[in-house]
Design a protein around this ligand. Structure first.
Ligand code: NAG
Length: 303
C-alpha cells in the first residue's frame, strides 16, 4: 500500500496535464496528439514545474461526481434553443484541487491492477479502504458504471491511464490525421462553482464528424469514462460570464438524438421532456475532455 502511495506521488497531478491541454487549446487552439501518450507524459513532466505557478486556485468543492451520475444539482441541462447570446442559466463548474485530486497513473502502473467490480474487495484492501466508506462506495459506483452496457450506437471505455485514453480515442476517431482536444477553461480564479452564467457573444460550433467525450470518475487514481455515440452531437465553445465576474471559455455538447436514452434519465426530468423529443445539451467541467479528429481551420463556425 505504501509503495502504491509513493508511486502515485511520484507523478505529477494530472491537473497539470489538463492545464497544459487548456493552454494549448485556448482559445480555439488545437493540440496535435499523434503517436504514443508516453511522449506527451514526458513533455508534461517537463511542463509541470512551470505550470505549477498557475495552479493556485483553491476551492471548497469536493464533488466526485462525473456527469454520468448526473446529479441535477451539479449538472444543468438545457436545449439547443437556450444556446443564445444573452441567455442566463445556473451552471455548476466543479473545480479540482490539485493537491487532493486523483493522480494520473502511467499505463505501466495502472494496467497490472485489476479494474473490475468482482475485484472490489481486493482493490479496497490494496488501497486500504474500509468496505463501507464513501470512497469504497465511489469505487463501486465507478466500476459499475464502467461495466454497464453501452446504449445502442454507443461505444464506451474506462481509461485508467492517459495512454489507454489516447489509444481508445484514436481507435474511434482514426489516428492518421491526429486529434484535437477541447476542454472548458477558467479565465478567472474564484471558489464559486455554482452560479448564474450569461452567454457572451461568439458562440462557436466545432464541426466534427465524430467525437469522444471523456469524463473523470471518482477513483483513487485518475479514471476517465470515455464514450462516443453514433447519433448526432453538436459541440460548442461558449464564452460565459458569471454573476460574480468570473469568465470561462466553456465547452458544451448538444445531443441531438436522445431517443435511445433511458426514460429515467435525469435530463428528461429536469427539462420535462420525453426521450427523443428534444436535444439535450450540457456544459463540460474543466477536467472533462472532448476529442475530435484533427480539424481544418475552416471547420468551425460562429453562430
Ligand atoms: C439565478 O438567477 C435567478 C433569477 O434571478 C435566481 O432566482 C436564482 O436563484 C439564481 N441562481 C443562482 C444559482 O444563483
Amino acid at each position: 500500500m505504501h509503495a502504491t502511495r509513493n508511486m502515485a506521488q511520484k507523478y505529477s497531478p494530472w491537473i497539470f496535464f489538463l492545464h497544459l491541454l487548456i493552454i494549448m487549446v485556448h482559445p480555439f487552439g488545437t493540440l496535435e496528439l499523434v503517436g504514443s501518450g508516453t511522449d506527451i507524459n514526458k513533455f508534461l513532466e517537463a511542463k509541470a514545474t512551470s505550470d505549477e505557478d498557475h495552479q493556485t486556485t483553491h476551492t471548497e468543492h469536493k464533488h466526485g461526481h462525473s456527469h454520468m451520475h448526473m446529479d441535477p444539482s451539479v449538472m444543468v441541462f438545457f436545449t439547443l434553443k437556450d444556446l443564445k447570446v444573452g441567455k442566463t442559466m445556473p451552471v455548476c463548474f466543479p473545480k479540482r484541487d490539485p493537491s487532493t485530486s486523483p493522480k494520473l497513473w502511467p499505463r505501466e502502473e495502472a494496467e497490472p491492477l485489476p479494474f473490475s467490480l468482482d475485484q472490489l474487495p481486493n482493490l479496497l484492501k490494496f488501497f486500504s479502504l474500509t468496505p463501507h466508506s464513501p470512497q469504497a462506495k465511489a469505487m463501486q459506483d465507478t466500476l459499475s458504471e464502467c461495466e454497464s452496457k453501452p446504449i445502442k450506437g454507443e461505444v464506451k471505455f474506462c481509461a485508467t491511464s492517459l495512454e489507454s485514453m489516447l489509444d481508445f480515442t484514436q481507435t474511434i476517431l482514426g489516428s492518421k490525421s491526429g486529434l484535437n482536444v477541447f476542454a472548458t477553461s477558467h479565465l478567472t480564479k474564484s471558489s464559486i462553482t455554482f452560479q448564474n452564467y450569461t452567454i457572451l457573444e461568439n458562440i462557436m460550433e466545432i464541426i466534427a464528424p465524430k467525437m469522444v467525450a471523456c469524463h473523470t470518475m471518482p477513483y483513487p487514481y485518475a479514471v476517465f469514462y470515455c464514450h462516443s455515440q453514433e447519433s448526432e452531437n453538436k459541440i460548442y465553445r461558449v464564452s460565459l460570464a458569471g454573476e460574480n465576474g468570473d469568465r470561462l471559455d466553456a465547452m458544451a455538447v448538444c445531443h441531438m438524438d436522445t431517443s435511445q436514452w433511458g426514460r429515467g434519465h435525469v435530463s428528461f426530468q429536469v427539462l420535462k421532456i420525453q426521450p427523443g423529443t428534444s436535444s439535450v445539451c450540457h456544459f463540460f467541467p474543466a477536467d472533462n475532455l472532448i476529442f475530435v479528429p484533427k480539424l481544418q481551420s475552416h471547420d468551425s463556425a460562429t453562430m
